[in-house]
Structures are given as structure tokens and as C-alpha cells.
Design a protein around this ligand. Structure first.
Ligand code: DX5
Length: 231
């Protein structure tokens, strides 16, 4: 029986994104940073985003590598593929609010399957798109790049959205991760955490470094200090 997924505890997580890892050695790449405890698998269908990435077999191939895995579904049809990735072993399944105007049935179905349920927001989608459903969520993902590709620049104009969601989550008293994804590196991790994000997805910032684990640890320290200093 898998240990329970971590709940928000005031400790910032830096979550390596496998999109920036060596596609011919995903398991080995993940094992190098498994001590992070949590990594992200970007699932793309070539329709919601102009890129294709991984199927459920890739997730199954990562089983037992020592890290929790969130499946970030950048797909047009999360009702179909959400349960597929839940069955394949995801610890969280995160789908886009833009692809599911009435997300509660799917969120509840994922939770009944024993996985964390999350909603993701593209940069142009306001925080209000998820606020009605905080009680149904284990994670909210704020994209700080247009989804589809790694290696893009962090959008600082997303910081007010992160702050607004942090306030809403704190007011709700719910244990909901506030995840940020896109352009997270040594300089931007403290910005995102200082705005209230406690889960930072980083692909290039981790796997593009000479020593991925050292880069992750440096980011995490700087992010935790910024998170603790929030006004
Ligand atoms: C975009 C992807 C990327 C990836 C991280 O759809 O979701 O954000 O996880 O990419 P970097 O960290 O390289 O920006």
C-alpha cells in the first residue's frame, strides 16, 4: 500500500519536471532526484497544446522509483484520461479548468480512485475559475508559461494570481497545494514562493543544471526563505 501523499505543511517542494529530463533515460533521471520526493509528468495530447509527450505506460515504467508523481494533463479530454493516469499510478491527477467547465464530477471520481485531484490554469485564465471548487481540490496549478514546452521564461505577471489563490486557500482552511509551473529557476523560485506557492515545478532549472540535485536543493532553500518571509 502506498504511503499517503504529502499534504501542504508549510514546507516548499521543488518538483522536477521530467519534460526536461533525458527522454531515453527517464527512470534513471528521476532516480537521480528521487530524494525530492515528488516529480511531475507533463502529459500532452497534441490538441490542447501543440506538443505530444507521454502515455500511461511511461507512468507505469516509473513505478517504484521512490517519488510521488503528479500527472499534469494538458489534454482536451481529461474525463477519459484522468482515470487512465490515476489507474497507471499517479499520486495526483491535475487537469486544466479550460477543458472541463464543470469539473466536480471528475474531481470527485479521481478522489474516489485514491488520487489527489487538481485543477490547472493557463496564464490567461483567472483565479476565479477555480475558487468555487476549493473544497473539491487537493492542488491548484498556476501556469507561469503557456503550456506545451519547457525552457520558456517565467511570467512575473502571474504573481498577483498566485497571491490571490494563496489568500483564498488560507481563508478556506483547506489543505490545497498551490503549485507553479513554468520557468522556475534559481531567480524565479523565490518569486513564486514569496507570492505563496508551496510546490514549484522545475524542468530546465533542475535537469538543465550540471548537478540537478544540488540545483534543486539551492532552489528549495531560497524558495523556503521567501515563502517564510511573506507579508
Ligand atoms: C509546460 C510544462 C513545463 C515544464 C517545466 O507545459 O509544464 O512548464 O513542466 O518546464 P521548465 O521548468 O523548463 O520551464
Amino acid at each position: 500500500m502506498k504511503a499517503r501523499r504529502p499534504l501542504p505543511d508549510g514546507q516548499v517542494r521543488v518538483v522536477p519536471s521530467l519534460l526536461a529530463a533525458d527522454p531515453g533515460a527517464l527512470r534513471a533521471s528521476l532516480s537521480r532526484v528521487a530524494s525530492a520526493g515528488w516529480c511531475s509528468l507533463d502529459v500532452m495530447d497534441g490538441r490542447f497544446v501543440p506538443n505530444l509527450s507521454y502515455g500511461p505506460d511511461v507512468l507505469r515504467a516509473l513505478d517504484g522509483c521512490g517519488a510521488r508523481i503528479d500527472a499534469h494533463l494538458m489534454v482536451e479530454d481529461p474525463e477519459t484520461y484522468g482515470p487512465v493516469f490515476a489507474k497507471a499510478g499517479a499520486d495526483w491527477v491535475v487537469f486544466h479548468a479550460e477543458t472541463c467547465p464543470k469539473p466536480v464530477p471528475l474531481l470527485r471520481r479521481l478522489r474516489r480512485m485514491g488520487v489527489g485531484a487538481g485543477l490547472a490554469l493557463k496564464p490567461r485564465t483567472p483565479a476565479s475559475a477555480v475558487l468555487p471548487w476549493l473544497d473539491e481540490l487537493d492542488l491548484v496549478l498556476v501556469m507561469t508559461v503557456e503550456p506545451g514546452f519547457g525552457g520558456q521564461s517565467f511570467m512575473e505577471r502571474m504573481l498577483p494570481k498566485i497571491r490571490a489563490l494563496r489568500s483564498a486557500i488560507d481563508r478556506s482552511g483547506r489543505k490545497v497545494w498551490l503549485q507553479t509551473d513554468g520557468g522556475i529557476g534559481p531567480k524565479t523560485a523565490p518569486l513564486a514562493a514569496g507570492a505563496g506557492s508551496d510546490s514549484l515545478v522545475s524542468g530546465t532549472g533542475v535537469f538543465g543544471a550540471a548537478d540537478p540535485l544540488a540545483a534543486l536543493r539551492t532552489m528549495r532553500r531560497a524558495a523556503q526563505e521567501a515563502f517564510n518571509r511573506r507579508g
